[in-house]
Design a protein around this ligand. Structure first.
Ligand code: SF4
Ligand code: SF4
Length: 386
């Protein structure tokens, strides 16, 4: 960090202070300015029907029925006690549905995190005055770790689990299955995260998603490669694809005849940000993922997350991303050793299938030939400027 700061040019230092100041003031203002929204604290009882309760919670009758463990096709006008629902179960379902209400200010937090990280990688990751021999020791880890901490605190624990990129991709299918009435709003929420991913290549996963950040910090506890392993991309991606397909098939009710069944509900690790540990399957998934994160990079993102899959598919369309100047690269393999995924190795070899790049920046300054850039320009154009 010291070396990096020392060799920043004057312009870079000004950019750092303006971007950092803006970032902090935006994040703090989302917390300090009081919210105009009043939360409803109406008490529901089992004398009420689904038709009476659901609209007040902002969900469809099908969603409430599913939450209560009932068939989503049941009649919605009868008192819940007629279906054997106990008050405790109703209270729990209401709390859970309320926890899915998106905190709108969190979108601002996500945008601020992505903007700061984008500016950092684009303009500050490589100090202008850095002598070539110091390049390899100059990429600072502190900004990534600090941003990850901000994400966990603000986009995680302070504003709760909702919204988040993973949820945004699942909610579209829930809306299509009739569990939400506002399909357009769900599409917009997804497009927000998807657009952030496309502009800065998955940076929303790499620097802004709170669960991604949690895994990032755990992985960074030790840098020793002795303890790290990279699962084959074909295996991790196949599991991610199978889970995604299973979600679509199960939610539609084609298999199991339980329309509205959401597989990710049972492994929703984002529940940690609401301290919601009611489902045993969530506790097991969380424990496995957090333990695995010490040894492998972002296991939840690479094996499970539907947004991880969709943003990987769209990486080719990304505007600003890690690029390799093939004419400078001597294929020494140094960048591959530092990359926590197989992404840079595949980029160097110009392969058609490139594993997820989370724009973590670890490879940015590592190349002895300075062949790696994070830019919207073609790598050759960036090199010609120097
Ligand atoms: S892939 Fe990882 S970082 Fe991206 S949304 Fe999913 S959990 Fe978050
Ligand atoms: S080290 Fe790997 S994951 Fe990180 S930015 Fe470079 S290519 Fe992407």
């Amino acid at each position: 960090m010291k070396i990096w700061f020392k060799y920043l040019s004057k312009t870079q230092k000004i950019i750092l202070f303006i971007a950092g100041g803006l970032f902090l003031s935006i994040i703090l203002s989302t917390v300090l300015i009081p919210s105009q929204k009043k939360s409803s604290n109406i008490k529901f009882t089992v004398e009420n029907s689904i038709r009476e309760i659901a609209p007040l919670l902002g969900v469809t009758g099908k969603a409430l029925a599913r939450e209560l463990g009932l068939d989503i096709r049941i009649k919605k006008g009868r008192p819940l006690k007629q279906y054997g629902i106990k008050q405790e179960k109703l209270d729990h379902a209401v709390e859970h549905l309320k926890s899915h209400r998106p905190a709108d200010r969190k979108y601002i937090v996500f945008a601020a995190l992505v903007l700061f990280s984008g500016i950092f990688l684009l303009r500050l990751g490589k100090p202008d005055n850095l002598p070539p021999k110091l390049r390899q020791s100059s990429f600072p880890r502190t900004p990534l770790i600090l941003t990850a901490l901000f994400s966990i605190i603000f986009a995680g624990f302070i504003f709760g689990k909702s919204p988040n990129p993973m949820e945004s991709s699942v909610k579209i299918f829930k809306a299509l299955a009739g569990l939400y009435s506002d399909l357009n709003a769900k599409l917009l929420a997804f497009l927000f995260f998807f657009a952030l991913g496309i502009i800065f290549n998955k940076i929303v996963c790499g620097w802004a998603c709170p669960f991604g950040a949690l895994q990032e910090i755990i992985y960074s506890v030790t840098n020793s490669q002795k303890f790290k392993f990279r699962p084959p991309f074909r295996l991790s991606n196949s599991i991610r694809v199978i889970l995604f397909a299973a979600m679509i098939i199960l939610i539609s009710g084609i298999i199991l005849n339980k329309p509205g069944f959401v597989i990710f509900h049972y492994i929703n690790v984002f529940n940690i940000f609401n301290f919601d540990f009611d489902l045993f399957s969530v506790i097991v998934t969380l424990t496995i993922i957090l333990l695995l994160s010490f040894f492998t990079y972002r296991p939840f993102c690479t094996f499970i997350c539907p947004f991880g899959l969709l943003s990987w598919i769209s990486e080719k369309l990304s505007i600003v991303k890690i690029k390799v100047n093939q004419s400078k690269c001597v294929e020494c393999g140094l960048c591959s050793r530092y990359c926590p995924t197989d992404a840079i190795g595949a980029k160097v070899k110009d392969k058609s299938v490139v594993p997820d790049c989370y724009s973590c920046g670890r490879c940015l300054n590592i190349c002895p030939k300075d062949a790696i850039t994070y830019s919207y320009k073609k790598p050759e154009e960036v090199s010609n400027e120097k």
